[in-house]
Design a protein around this ligand. Structure first.
Ligand code: TYD
Ligand code: MG
Length: 459
């Protein structure tokens, strides 16, 4: 019996499949996200025809190797860190980020890195011409002849080239710009992006070639195309940064072959994306040590602590409702810290506009920076600087008490490395068994925010 092609509707937000078109996706409640997809019936006689010829064997657990295969270790330490120690053969990696943030630059440099180690690299450029890539490469001083640029947008042709060439690495820039001629929808639509990714992944898994896909980020900050794209690949990396700041953070959001939440720090310079080996130093470079309204927090970025400067400015308000502005801090935490400072410490902040800024465009998502934010605000309000050699760590509770934070020894070590002599930490954190603190830094345990400010602000 011949089965007919079926029409289904796929949501571009959640990837949910519906039998009929609806204005609102019943799975995720988003409007106008369903797109029509034609599902072809399987060709007769191929799959599941019985028998196990060519099918995978079940493996006894101890016989499975611990590593997924030999990783391709890059010359770039920050990239290795984010990838979990290098590129796993046969893995598919999605790289997202705003336009102009440096995705193509970073991947071209990575391509040159692999080519320099003797492997052939195929860089498929579906957005820029070979000439444009050539010019960028010339600017970056990349001349390796094992690096091949293919300016093409048709999936079937790209697959054919990969099959012929069998490179050591494939980069597709970007997945939204390529289309399969077997699919009638336009390039960049959910079904195209999904189909193209599926075909590419199937081929590279078969050939054991690693594949990097560039994906654009929508205004809302999610990767365009269906969320299912993130589920299909082995790792998702996100390149972030502010247009007006030179440095970029490469975050691992998902990694089947390594830890997530790893962060690599790069600087966009004349020579492209250069790795920043000591990011804390970069973030503190322009600090004025004895200015009021500045405090040093030590948030964890992935497995690595970073020192960042939090600045605050309290200035008399001209409005009945004082303003609160936060840059790089969680706004609700800023309001919480402000309320605790008013109620438990007794600062009259209702007469003050407050501006809080994390230097360098960094974003702190951790409550462990609460106490540093509080110290910066109190310091500006009282116009007294925080001691220049002091780092401040701790979460602020609603009663004005301080709560301990994780990874304290590692954070203190980073502060000590950058020459900080003292650190204020919640007293409870000092009692944790097994924690060993670095000797080069004096650790001051405090119980409340009042005590913390007393210790932090210069008399
Ligand atoms: P690009 O890699 O094209 O970004 P994406 O692929 O994410 O859209 O980088 C674009 C910006 O980077 C562009 O504004 C120019 C800048 N740039 C440098 O500052 N230095 C360099 O060496 C290169 C190649 C680009
Ligand atoms: Mg690009």
């Amino acid at each position: 019996m011949a089965t007919k092609a079926k029409v289904r509707y796929v949501c571009s937000e959640c990837g949910g499949v519906q039998m009929k078109w609806m204005g609102k996706c019943p799975d995720c409640d988003e409007w106008n996200t369903l797109e029509e997809v034609v599902v072809q019936p399987p060709a007769a006689g191929t799959p599941n025809s019985g028998g196990l010829v060519g099918a995978p064997e079940p493996l006894s657990l101890p016989s499975i190797p611990a590593e997924p295969g030999r990783r391709l270790v890059l010359g770039n330490g920050e990239l290795n860190r984010v990838l979990g120690g290098g590129i796993v053969p046969g893995s598919g990696i999605l790289v997202g980020g705003d336009p102009g943030i440096g995705k193509s630059t970073l991947l071209l440099q990575m391509a040159a890195d692999v080519a320099g180690q003797g492997g052939k690299v195929l860089y498929v450029s579906a957005e820029e011409s070979a000439y444009q890539i050539g010019r960028r490469a010339a600017r970056l001083g990349i001349t390796d002849e094992r690096l091949y640029i293919l300016a093409d947008t048709i999936l079937e042709q790209i697959l054919e080239r990969i099959g012929q060439m069998k490179p050591a690495l494939v980069i597709v820039d970007s997945i939204q710009a390529i289309h399969s001629s077997a699919n009638s929808s336009a390039a960049g639509t959910v079904s195209q992006v999904r189909d193209c990714t599926a075909h590419l992944l199937r081929l590279i898994k078969q050939e054991n070639i690693p594949l990097f896909l560039v994906g654009h980020v929508t205004k809302e900050g999610t990767l365009a195309g269906p969320r299912v794209l993130e589920h299909m690949v082995d790792a998702v990396l996100q390149l972030e940064g502010e247009r007006f700041h030179a440095y970029r953070l490469l975050r691992s959001i998902k990694n089947r072959y390594g830890s997530t939440n790893e962060v690599g720090v790069f600087e966009m310079s004349e020579e492209g994306m250069t790795e920043v080996a000591n990011p804390s130093e970069l973030f503190l470079a322009e600090r004025l040590p004895n200015a009021s309204g500045s405090a040093i927090a030590v948030p964890m970025e992935g497995s690595r602590p970073l020192l960042v400067e939090v600045q605050a400015l309290a200035s008399a308000t001209a409005f009945s409702q004082p303003r609160r502005t936060g840059n790089g801090v969680d706004f609700n935490r800023l309001l919480l810290v402000t309320a605790v400072l008013s109620k438990r410490v007794g600062l009259n902040l209702s007469t003050q506009d407050l501006f809080v800024n994390v230097i360098g465009g960094m974003k702190i998502g951790e409550p462990a920076a609460d106490m540093a934010i509080a110290a910066a605000i109190a310091s500006s309000y009282r116009n007294v600087p925080v001691a220049a050699d002091m780092a401040i760590l701790g979460e602020v509770g609603l009663s004005g008490e301080l709560r301990s934070v994780g990874h304290l020894p590692r954070r203190l070590l980073e502060a000590a490395k950058l020459g900080f002599k003292r650190a204020i930490v919640p007293r409870n954190a000092l009692r944790r068994k097994g924690d060993e603190f670095p000797k080069e830094i004096e650790v001051i345990g405090v119980r409340t925010l009042v005590e913390a400010l007393d210790a932090a602000l210069v008399k």
